[in-house]
Ligand binder design. Structure first.
Ligand code: PGA
Length: 243
């Protein structure tokens, strides 16, 4: 069992007006709530977020330098972030990010004192093929640094075909995949691996969250669309707290 984490990924959505909604979110005892807004909103979000932690959606592998348009992990930290998502499938697709780069980004996050949320997950064709779990295991292995601990790392399993589609794997598929991830983490990181949080992501809604959270090795969720409105996100947080 890892820490219970309800993480919202706003992607390239969000206005200053939406930050007011953060004030209405509550984080029940024992449950960490996180919102990852676009980078320009992080500073303001961190000032008003109360019990809600704030994170970035990506960081560069380097601490500084000639990388126009990129953001260093330390800059996210300075702005008030405590987490950063790395290797989201949209970054892997839009920016051709590799497992090795994502591992380096996670290391940059650690160096800045941020917790890295490392995303992995298969395409639909891979889900239908015979090697699905092996593919996910290879992503996990390649994207996770040797220095990962239960404190500095969260794993997010996000099937690409479930993101923003309203489709979710069966509960059995989620259980099987998360159990595999837990086994790999425990084999590689021993006690740290047994308590590292593993989130499920992909079309998590108020209507399906409670069922997903019944899975033993699902410690929380990475939520896109349903994190944009407090009325949708709070029931997911509450379902996690009750699980
Ligand atoms: P979704 O996105 O909840 O809108 O499917 C999840 C994610 O991409 O993190």
């Amino acid at each position: 069992m890892g820490r219970k984490l309800a993480a919202g990924n706003w992607k390239m959505n969000g206005t200053p007006a939406m930050l007011d909604g953060l004030k209405t979110l509550s984080a029940p005892n024992g449950t960490q709530v996180l919102i990852c807004p676009p980078a320009p909103l992080i500073h303001r979000a961190a000032q008003i977020a109360g019990p809600v932690a704030i994170g970035g959606q990506d960081c560069h592998t380097q601490a500084s330098g000639a990388h126009t348009g990129d953001t260093a992990a330390s800059m996210l930290k300075d702005a008030g972030a405590t987490y950063v998502i790395v290797g989201h499938s949209e970054r892997r697709a839009d920016h051709a990010e590799t497992n090795a780069q994502i591992r380096a980004k996670a290391e940059a996050a650690y160096a800045a004192g941020l917790t890295a949320i490392i995303c992995i997950g298969e395409s639909e064709a891979e889900r239908l093929g015979p090697d699905c779990l092996d593919i996910i295991a290879a992503q996990l292995d390649g994207s996770t640094p040797d220095g990962a601990t239960a404190d500095n790392t969260v794993i997010a399993y996000e099937p690409i075909w479930a993101i923003g589609t309203g489709r979710v794997p069966t509960l059995d598929q989620i259980i099987e995949t998360h159990d595999m991830i837990r086994e790999k983490l425990t084999n590689r990181f021993a006690a740290q691996g047994t308590t590292m949080s593993i989130l499920y992501g992909g079309s998590v809604k108020p209507s399906n969250a409670a069922e997903i959270f019944t899975a033993q090795n699902v410690d929380g969720a990475l939520v896109g669309g349903a994190s944009l409105k407090p009325d949708d996100f709070q029931p997911i947080i509450d379902a996690l707290a009750a699980s």
